[in-house]
Design a protein around this ligand. Structure first.
Ligand code: MTE
Length: 323
């Protein structure tokens, strides 16, 4: 198959707006960070009130320096929209879960690294944050439901966590798993879902430069509804791969069956790479609705990130790479 890969910078100039506003806001935040004022200024800012990040103990770490390799994007989605239009089935199967998600306790938060690694470990989120090189990246985020956002995530490359984990040579996949707590997550009382939410990547995908562990968003800690305190961002794949509120990284030689694959294998596969030419069984993937602007825009192969990732798949002709 011949695939025309559009580069990130082929996005029309008219679509790249509002970054000045954002940069202004970043420098305001940077100036105030030392004075411990971030928690109280949310509602005074042009992006509106952030829901949920105010009480996070890692607030003083943000904002972090931006990695400019990843800034060629459409208009940023307003923070208020990106933090109130969510998918997080643990808190409900609708988009307005941001209030309900505040029930999640994010400290103490322990991350387990196990399976095919030199030495299994459990590490507290703050200790992990202290070990990792934090940076900001602006990524497109494309849901399989044909909507999208452009989000300034903060976090660190997954490959740095892989280095810390020291997988053995036999490890082929890293599987990520969300917390389980029926007391705070009413969705987990719905027995027909295969909890805990789980997804995975090949080692080559996990160590690709684009693969990012999110700990922050809009220059602040990532809010609970967006997957605090640790969530995956793989922008060339549909959003359902981006596991939220991760408690475990399991290294294995066996391809995992993911949460959505267990539920609907004909609609949601392991690879889930974005491709406008491969429709979902029930709708087209040719275009997407930018939930910030309301505009419908063309979807790009690998969500516009083909230059970074297409080589990962060149010898996989028999795999269902785009579902
Ligand atoms: N992770 C968990 N644990 N539970 C979920 O329901 N939904 C996924 C993904 N990660 C989900 C999850 C889906 S379908 C999408 S599109 C994104 O999270 C949504 O991320 P957002 O709410 O930050 O936009």
């Amino acid at each position: 198959m011949l695939i025309k890969v559009k580069k990130g910078w082929e996005i029309p100039e008219s679509k790249v707006t509002s970054e000045d506003t954002y940069l202004n806001r970043r420098s305001i935040l940077k100036g105030m960070a030392g004075a411990g004022m971030i928690a109280s200024i949310g509602s005074a800012l042009p992006f509106g009130k952030a829901i949920g990040a105010e009480t996070d103990p890692s607030a003083s770490l943000y904002p972090v320096p931006r990695n400019d390799l990843y800034t060629h994007q459409r208009a940023l989605t307003p923070e208020k929209i990106a933090t109130t239009y969510n998918n997080f089935y643990e808190f409900g199967s609708h988009k307005t879960i941001s209030e309900a998600a505040q029930a999640l306790k994010i400290r103490p938060w322990t991350v387990k690294i196990d399976g095919m690694v030199e030495k299994e470990m459990e590490i507290g989120i703050d200790e992990l944050l202290a070990k990792m090189p934090l940076e900001e990246r602006i990524y497109r985020h494309r849901c399989v439901e044909a909507w999208s956002m452009v989000v300034p995530w903060s976090g660190f490359p997954l490959k740095d966590l892989v280095k810390l984990a020291a997988p053995t040579s036999g490890a082929k996949y890293v599987v990520m798993q969300t917390f389980e707590d029926k007391a705070v997550a009413p969705g987990q009382r719905q027995f027909w879902y295969p909890w805990p939410y789980t997804d995975g990547l090949t080692m080559a995908e996990a160590t690709n430069d684009l693969t990012f562990m999110v700990t922050g968003m809009y220059g602040k800690p990532v809010p609970k509804q967006n997957g605090a305190p640790l969530r995956l961002a793989v922008p060339w794949k549909y959003g359902f791969k981006q596991v939220k509120s991760i408690v475990r990284f399991h290294f294995t030689d066996t391809r995992p069956e993911t949460f959505w694959e267990k539920l609907l294998p004909e609609e949601y596969g392991f690879w889930a790479n974005v491709n406008p030419e491969v429709p979902h069984r029930r709708w087209s993937q040719a275009t997407e609705r930018d939930i910030g602007t309301g505009e419908r825009v063309p979807t790009l192969i690998y969500n516009g990130y083909g230059e970074f990732v297409q080589d990962l798949y060149k010898d996989m002709k028999d795999e269902r790479l785009f579902m």
